[in-house]
Design a protein. Sequence first.
Length: 321
Amino acid sequence: MNRIRGISLGLVALCLVGTVTNARAEDYPDRPVKMIAAFPPGGTSDYIARMLAQAGTQVFGKSVVVENKAGAGGMIGLDYLSKTKPDGYTVGIASGALAIYPSINKSMPFDPTTDFDYYGLIGRAPSVLLVTNSHPAKTFEEFVAYAKSHPGQPYGSAGSGTNTQFTGELINLAAGIEMKHVPYRGGAPQLADLMAGTIPIAVAGITTAMPFIKSGMMRAIAVSTAERSKSLPDVPTLREKGLTEIDTAEWFALVAPRGTPDQVGNLWNSVIAKMVADPSLTEKNPGLETKTSTRDELKQLVAKEVELWKGIAKRANIEQQ
C-alpha cells in the first residue's frame, strides 16, 4: 500500500512539474523585454533589432524595446548582454563579429562559445568594397593598380573585430596591397566619412551601403561573397577578380545570456521564423539574404568561425589589443 501511494505521489509530482513549466512558457513574457542592439542606429544590426522587436511585440502582446549599446565593434553591447540576468527579459542581436573578437583581443570580457544561449540565425549580408566618387579607380583592376602605387590609403570599417575589417585585411593579403585600417563605431558613421571624403575607401556591409550606392553617392568596386549579390548584379565578386579565397559575409542572429530558460529560446526561434518569412525584411534591407537555423546550428557556426578568424588574424598580422 505504501509503495502504491509513493508511486502515485511521484506521478502527481511529475504532473505538477509539467504544469508549472508549461505555465511559465505560456506566461512569458509578462512584462516588457529589452533587446540590445550592439551598434548605433542606422546600421543593419539596429534595423534587424527593431524589426524583430516589432515581431516579438506582435506575437507576445508585450513590448519589446530596443536599446543601443554601441562601441568596440559591437563588443560593449554583447558584454553587457552576457552579464545580464538570464531570465529571458534581455536578449540581443549579435553579428558575425561575435566570432572574431577572440582573434583581436588578448583578454575577453566574455567567451563567445560559452557565455550565450543561441536562438537562431536571421540572415547574412556580404561586404562591399567602396570608393568615393572622386577616387580614380572605376574597376577592381584600377583599384589594385592605384593602391599599389599609393600604399597606405586609409579604408574604413564598421569597427575593429568586425567582418568588414577582416574582409579588408583579406583584400590586402590576396591582392598584395597595403590599405590602412580605420575603425568606426558602426556602418553609418563609417559611410558618412566616406561621403564627406574624410576617407577614400570603405569595406562596408551591403545593407547599410545600398542606399548610397543606388543614389550614386559612392562607387561599389566588388562584393565579398562567392556569388554576386542579387541587389548589385553588375558588381563583380572578389573571387571573379582572382581573389579566390575570399568568401565572407556578416551574419546576424539572436542571442541571450547563458542559462536563459529553454522555452524562451524556443519561443524566440519561432518569432525569428515569422520575421524571416516577411518579405519586407529584404525589401527594406536590400542585400540581406535571409537565412535561419536551429539553435544548435548557430552554436556550431560560432565555434567554427572563432577558429577560422584566428587563423586569418595570424596570417594578416592583425595585432591583438
